[in-house]
Design a protein around this ligand. Structure first.
Ligand SMILES: Nc1nc2c(ncn2[C@@H]2O[C@H](COP(=O)(O)OP(=O)(O)O)[C@@H](O)[C@H]2O)c(=O)[nH]1
Ligand SMILES: [Mg+2]
Length: 455
């Protein structure tokens, strides 16, 4: 996700840092490169234009050019504007005052509606709701069958309908009645799609909208179709009125253009992203976290969320403390890496890590999961071969100690050197996280466990 853009933006900032002094001239150059990077990521040209104007206005200000760390300031401005472009704040699902809440899932054929409906059911149940499913795709029996199977997979009842119920509206109404009678509080309606937007589809969706008064009409779009996804979202919004977007197949979208444009173009929030075919591959969308991730600051908050799902709370709390504190020792480094190892699904987690440490190299050369595990095992072995004093204070690890550690862990001195370098970088990164006043540090501090996120 956003890999190319992320690499390019980071290169821009690296160059800017290398210049030593920020001037109007090199700022212009940086802005030009940022513009190209965004366009290459397939971001809508209007969105790019506005973004550059905003950043320029803020970054060319007198106080930035004369600030102590102008490049840092520029990075902050870019991050803030990126966050804004993505929608500023997380947009949660809204619920009806009187259950059942009705959520209409709409979109073009093959965009991932049925899959996302099941994913949402799973997500809602996890949050303590009692979802109910119905498919009103009466044109394709296979599509309804698909939802039945997925419904079983996520343990959610589905209203199957009677032989007489042949119209979407009849099915949806009966499903709602059933939800009420059986105490289900959210009704998810998977609708039919078309290859193109047509009158009949719009008519049908309008009828459903009028009869069911849904609190959410979520437009499902395939991220891999880039600006086409944005265009159809916009058209659906103009013709039907949507309340949010689920962007699917983000796992296969290296550019991110749709994700970066859809909010600004439609005015409607991106609520969820689909990151795989399985029913657990749905993530809430957090503009600030994603912006930080794009800028290579690592998505520590999402990482902590994931970690909390996967490990016990005590470990998570400890990890959070370590992330916040400034005594990030080699032991913590190892524990963190071990935790990642325990969590299994590395691909996604790697994306969230700050791009430092062993994970950076791994990501850059796109090693497969097996190699990643090997690399992590090596790191753990090296740290395990250190004495407790060495782990607490890496400064005492001199040449002789390095040779001993390498021998003990079955690695080379070069490996040990690399690890220490990576650790120092990670440490620095942790420090800068916590010292970025008002941003991550504070946010992390505010979060109360459990019950993330705290904003
Ligand atoms: N990789 C990936 N595939 C997805 C995702 N969401 C849906 N799909 C796949 O996209 C295809 C179409 O999905 P489906 O839910 O049937 O689309 P619908 O026609 O809109 O209901 C299926 O093969 C899904 O497995 C996603 O987030 N990631
Ligand atoms: Mg479908």
């Amino acid at each position: 996700m956003f890999d190319n853009l992320s690499d390019k933006l980071q290169r821009v900032f690296k160059n800017l840092r290398g210049e030593g002094k920020l001037t109007a001239a090199n700022m212009e150059e940086a802005l030009r490169e940022i513009r190209v990077a965004l366009l290459e990521a397939d971001v809508h040209f209007k969105v790019v234009k506005q973004f550059i104007e905003q950043v320029k206005e803020k970054a060319m200000g007198e106080d930035v050019l004369t600030a102590l760390s102008p490049t840092q300031q520029v990075i902050k401005i870019v991050r803030d504007e990126l966050t804004k472009m993505l929608g500023s704040h997380q947009s949660r699902l809204r619920f009806a005052n009187e259950p059942p809440t009705v959520i209409l899932i709409v979109g073009l054929q093959g965009s991932g509606k049925t899959t996302s409906t099941a994913k949402l059911a799973r997500f809602l149940a996890k949050e303590g709701n009692k979802p109910q499913l119905v498919s009103v795709d009466v044109y394709r029996p296979a599509a309804r069958h698909q939802l039945s199977i997925l419904g079983k997979n996520v343990n959610t009842p589905i209203y199957e309908g009677t032989a007489e119920e042949t119209k979407p509206l009849e099915l949806a109404r009966s499903a709602r009645r059933e939800a009420m009678q059986t105490g289900r509080d959210v009704l998810l309606v998977d609708t039919a799609g078309r290859q193109h937007i047509d009158e009949q589809l719009m008519q049908e969706l309008h009828e459903l909208k009028d009869a069911l008064a849904p609190t959410e009409i979520l437009f499902v779009a395939d991220a891999m179709t880039g600006q086409d996804a944005v265009r159809s979202a916009d058209e659906f919004h103009k013709r039907l009125g949507i309340t949010g977007v689920i962007l699917t197949k983000m796992d296969g979208d290296a550019r991110g253009g749709a994700a970066l444009s859809i909010r600004s173009i439609t005015g409607q929030p991106l609520k969820f992203v689909g990151v795989g075919e399985k029913t657990d591959a749905l993530e809430s969308f957090y503009p600030d976290r994603v912006a930080s991730r794009i800028l290579g600051m690592g998505d520590v908050l999402s990482l902590i969320d994931k970690v909390q799902e996967g490990i016990d709370q005590k470990t998570a709390e400890k990890m959070q403390e370590k992330l916040l504190g400034d005594d990030f020792t080699l032991e913590d480094f190892r524990d963190q890496i071990k935790t990642v190892r325990k969590l299994g699904s590395l691909g996604g987690l790697l994306e969230m890590m700050p791009k430092v440490g062993p994970l950076k190299e791994l990501k850059d050369v796109k090693l497969n999961e097996q190699d990643t595990q090997k690399e992590i095992n090596k790191t753990v072995a090296i740290i395990d071969s250190m004495t407790p004093q060495e782990r607490r204070n890496h400064m005492i690890i001199n040449g002789a100690r390095r040779r001993r550690i390498a021998k003990g862990s079955g690695t080379t001195v070069q490996d040990v050197n690399n690890l220490l370098k990576q650790y120092s970088q990670a440490r620095k990164m942790m420090k800068s996280f916590t010292s970025q006043a008002g941003f991550l540090g504070k946010k992390l501090a505010k979060m109360k466990l459990p019950g993330l996120p705290g904003f």
